[in-house]
Design a protein around this ligand. Structure first.
Ligand SMILES: [Zn+2]
Length: 457
């Protein structure tokens, strides 16, 4: 090459100028100029995205312009300056154009065809020889690329504030679109320390300074949807309603391994959520084992709770065989149909609601929580007898059996509660009757309105 270093650097700066144009357009910042007799006769910057053209590399565009300037497809006596080591296509194009020399800045270790991955210019058998000069203003050329990709990563991160952990799975939003009686969009949060980056779905409706906040906690295999008929009544009373989906259920992320699930972990997440949202004057609405987890949270944070309404919550760690079998089937059978199992409990079934129950578990591998649940049930803390008695005496406790007599009868269920908390024997007002229709009584049955009246501060 006949030019000295300062001449090469001068033209590389022109190529860098082109590269910045590419970056401004959101293209990978690569720029090129073609020089003949000390004059720039062609310029180009990367634009495959905007041109929708896989061949629209900076070098190709600069070669085309140079050929037009010269009125000749041969570019004898020309030097091409490019900020990044050319790919095979561009190197080939330069050979076809009979470019004298190529000068590049930064090496491209993944696709570079001028020495890095392969060396298209190094074959003596190819009849035209193009000389190669490497590393001119390499630091500046590399910095421009690094800056561009860093910015793009930050933008991507800003668009996706809750990245999916590699140990977790996520259901598509579309699977939960348009469910009947469920217009509520969750707020997503992954900032609670116990979540370790998992995305948690939390429906949070109503005013922050409400007289009461209803914390609705589902059990397995349900999710917040089970409370759909309650929300309108509670919100109509001016109250706040907070409905999280526990990890592994509903719209929250699901750990791939059942070992991730434990009762203390779920409890920690619930407690951290209560503190993060600064929830006070809480009434726990617990369905199934969600009631047990909620009671453990109330025991840990008693000053934040005003009472509880527990529906189909089994109070003992030993359970009747039918109940145990029900959860073991859910755990063991990968094809266990959640919707028809829920319909049995519910006493009703409807196709749209079946979609809601099956949606969280529709994908293969999305059942770690179901698998973990029988073990998790043995880890639940005993119900806090003193707290329950205190609530019962203040008319702040409702205990309600399952809608149907499945998998345990109402009599079995009540006997279990009296075994767990004998003091409740004297509290006749805590026992609620259930009407068929939904795991949690429907609005039209007055469940929500009656609760508002009973628990009113
Ligand atoms: Zn190329």
């Amino acid at each position: 090459m006949d030019f000295d270093t300062s001449v090469h650097e001068h033209f590389m700066r022109e190529a860098l100028e082109q590269a910045r144009c590419a970056a401004d357009c959101g293209e990978v910042p690569v720029g090129a100029v073609v020089v003949k007799d000390g004059q720039v006769i062609g310029r180009g910057h990367n634009r495959p995205l905007s041109a929708q053209d896989p061949t629209a590399h900076a070098e190709v565009l600069a070669l085309r312009e140079a050929a037009r300037t010269l009125g000749n497809y041969r570019l004898d006596g020309c030097t091409l300056y490019v900020t990044l080591e050319p790919c095979t296509m561009c190197s080939g194009a330069m050979l076809h154009a009979r470019v004298d020399a190529v000068v590049y800045g930064a090496p491209e270790p993944r696709t570079g065809a001028a020495g890095s991955v392969l060396d298209v210019f190094g074959y003596a058998a190819i009849n035209h020889q193009t000389r190669v000069l490497r590393g001119v203003l390499a630091a500046q050329c590399s910095a421009l690329m690094a800056e561009f990709f860093q910015l793009r990563r930050l933008e991507k991160k800003a668009q996706q504030p809750h990245p999916l952990r590699d140990w977790a799975l996520r259901n598509a939003d579309e699977a939960f679109a348009g469910l009947p009686a469920w217009p509520w969009q969750p707020q997503w949060r992954s900032d609670l320390p116990a979540l370790q980056g998992l995305r948690l779905a939390v429906v949070d409706e109503g005013p922050e300074d409400a007289a009461l906040t209803w914390l609705c906690l589902h059990g397995s295999p349900g999710w917040g949807y089970g409370f759909r008929h309650l929300l309108p009544d509670l919100l109509a009373a001016g109250h706040r309603v907070v409905v999280p989906d526990l990890p592994g259920f509903g719209r929250s992320d699901q750990p791939k391994k059942d070992k991730r699930h434990s009762a203390p972990w779920h409890l920690q997440i619930i407690a951290e959520l209560i503190e993060a949202l600064n929830l006070r004057r809480l009434v726990l609405v617990g369905q199934g084992d969600g009631g047990r987890l909620g009671l453990a949270a109330a025991q840990a944070l008693p000053e934040r709770f005003a009472g509880a309404w527990l529906i189909d919550t089994w109070p003992l760690n030993t359970q009747p065989q039918q109940r145990q079998q029900w959860f073991e089937q859910a755990a063991r059978k990968p094809g266990w149909d959640v919707a028809s199992a829920m319909a049995e409990l519910d006493g009703s079934s409807n196709a749209e609601e079946a979609c809601a129950w099956n949606a969280p578990f529709a994908q293969p591998g999305h059942r770690a929580a179901l698998k973990a649940w029988p073990r998790l049930q043995t880890e639940l803390a005993a119900p806090p007898a003193d707290l329950l008695q205190q609530w019962a005496q203040a008319d702040r406790l409702w205990l309600q059996p399952a809608v149907t007599q499945q998998p345990v009868s109402a009599a079995q269920w009540q006997a279990a509660w009296l075994q767990a908390v004998p003091q409740l024997a004297a509290q006749t007002r805590v026992w609620r009757q259930t009407q068929p229709g939904a795991p949690v009584p429907a609005a039209q049955q007055g469940g929500g309105a009656a609760a508002v009246e009973y628990f009113a501060p």
